[in-house]
Write a protein that binds this ligand. Structure first.
Ligand code: PRP
Length: 186
């Protein structure tokens, strides 16, 4: 995995751009939650969002220091096509979200099916509010309308990897977002 041109068409967002996106999202979130941070819980959606969550949490600090909880869903399985079903691999278990303001942190919204179902689920469990913070918005691929409160970057409808995003569990560790070559996944 040394020469990225073997598996990537191009780099969409380099590490520097990722850093400035994080700072700008964090600045907005700090402003929006500054008077109601006591009830705030960040819900990070594993696995894809773990890099993003860690960077965002540090960028929110010290002004905003919310509890971070993790949930794991799977919509893609081993391939690259969304099944559209919300499947829990890790539930919230003993976290009480009733009456809480939730900020869901996701790496990417594609069809929108996962995040819209997750939002419904969290509201049904009694959350006071649910906002969505997504690093990448692949809006051309949308199948359901979903309100995204904080968006890092809009991207074209291509297969992207890196910064937590994978293809069959590979490439999550890349420090940038790149477009995967078609021959790798087709
Ligand atoms: C990705 C991503 C979202 C979902 C978005 O997760 O993290 O949860 O797909 O797709 P959608 O908008 O079409 O529903 P994935 O199932 O690849 O799991 P991972 O984060 O563990 O890699």
């Amino acid at each position: 995995m040394n020469d990225s041109s073997e598996y990537l068409d191009r780099i969409l967002l380099d590490a520097y751009s990722i850093g400035s996106i994080i700072r700008s999202l964090a600045a907005q979130i700090k402003l929006d939650y500054k008077d109601r941070q006591d009830d705030l819980i960040v819900i990070s959606v594993l696995k894809g969002a773990y890099f993003f969550t860690a960077d965002l949490q540090r960028a929110l600090s010290p002004e905003l220091d919310p509890v971070v909880e993790f949930i794991q869903l799977s919509s893609y399985g081993a391939g690259s096509k969304s099944s559209g079903e919300l499947k829990f691999k890790k539930e919230l278990e003993d976290v009480n979200i009733s009456g809480k303001d939730l900020l869901v942190v996701e790496d990417i919204v594609d069809t929108g099916l996962t995040i819209s179902k997750l939002r419904e689920y969290l509201l049904e469990k009694g959350a006071k509010s649910v906002r969505i913070c997504v690093f990448l918005d692949k809006s051309e691929a949308r199948m359901v309308e979903v309100k995204l409160d904080y968006v890092g970057s809009k991207i074209p409808s291509e297969f992207v990897v890196g910064y937590g995003l994978d293809y069959n569990e590979q490439y999550r560790n890349l420090p940038y977002i790149g477009v995967l070559k078609k021959e790798i996944y087709s």
